[in-house]
Design a protein around this ligand. Structure first.
Ligand SMILES: N[C@@H](CCC(=O)N[C@@H](CS)C(=O)NCC(=O)O)C(=O)O
Length: 226
């Protein structure tokens, strides 16, 4: 049985979606980052980066959400591109890394500066909001005329996008964002209607994570100010 260390944030939720889509047996193990549980020595031994998600699958320990998606897809042979030419693999890896190294980090920083950073923050917020927006516009364009990120086949790339796209109103501060990104909205509706997505989201009923962003939570999550 796979041990799945998680909280309800975008990166763990992509992995929850895969586990549910593939019907893999897993044990969800909550790690409450607002309580600093990600720094417990037993967790650091699994993920030296002290972040979620992380999985333990027999003798394999895997951290970083897109690495986990790729590991699970290769293990099961599910939700990979249909074509296995070098060209198709190159296209797939480009988008997977674009989501891992662009969409995730810029969106995460946009959330940080929009919702949590102290003033003055105008320059930083402007930069990260602009870069997050630019990255999302590229995905919106990519989905124009394509049902999924790679065309007609639903892959881990779409799961990686889904994890973060759920946060778009919070990333952009714009509740009407879906009217500006109609292709992404369509993808979200399609994935959101899948029973596996609903089961992944139901993880939120299994554990009461700390919701207050009090001084202790800030010290645990924003260690540069601790
Ligand atoms: N590159 C990592 C980033 C992981 C990450 O930032 N996880 C967030 C949740 S989405 C987290 O654990 N935050 C708690 C913290 O930063 O202490 C991945 O894709 O898994």
């Amino acid at each position: 049985m796979i041990q799945f260390y998680y909280n309800l944030a975008p990166n763990p939720m992509k992995v929850a979606l895969f586990l549910e889509e593939a019907g893999l047996a897993y044990e969800p193990i909550p790690v409450d980052s607002r309580k600093g549980e990600q720094f417990a020595p037993a967790f650091t031994a699994l993920n030296p980066n002290n972040k979620l998600p992380c999985i333990v699958d027999g003798d394999a320990t895997v951290f970083d959400s897109n690495a986990i998606l790729l590991y699970l897809a290769e293990k099961t042979g599910r939700f990979l591109p249909e074509s296995d030419t070098q060209a198709a693999r190159g296209e797939f890896l480009s988008w997977l890394m674009f989501v891992a190294s662009g969409i995730g980090p810029y969106s995460g920083q946009a959330v940080h500066f929009r919702h949590f950073a102290p003033e003055p923050k105008e320059y930083a917020l402007k930069r990260y909001a602009f870069e997050a927006d630019r990255h999302w516009s590229i995905l919106e364009q990519r989905l124009s005329g394509r049902r999924f990120m790679l065309g007609e086949t639903y892959t881990i790339l779409d799961m990686a996008v889904w994890g973060w796209a759920r946060m778009l109103p919070r990333v952009t501060g714009d509740d009407a964002i879906w009217t500006r990104l109609p292709n992404l909205a369509r993808l979200m509706d399609e994935i959101g209607a899948r029973p596996a997505a609903q089961r992944a989201l139901a993880l939120q009923d299994r554990h009461a994570f700390k919701t207050e962003m009090d001084d202790d939570a800030r010290r645990a999550m924003f260690r540069h100010i601790a």
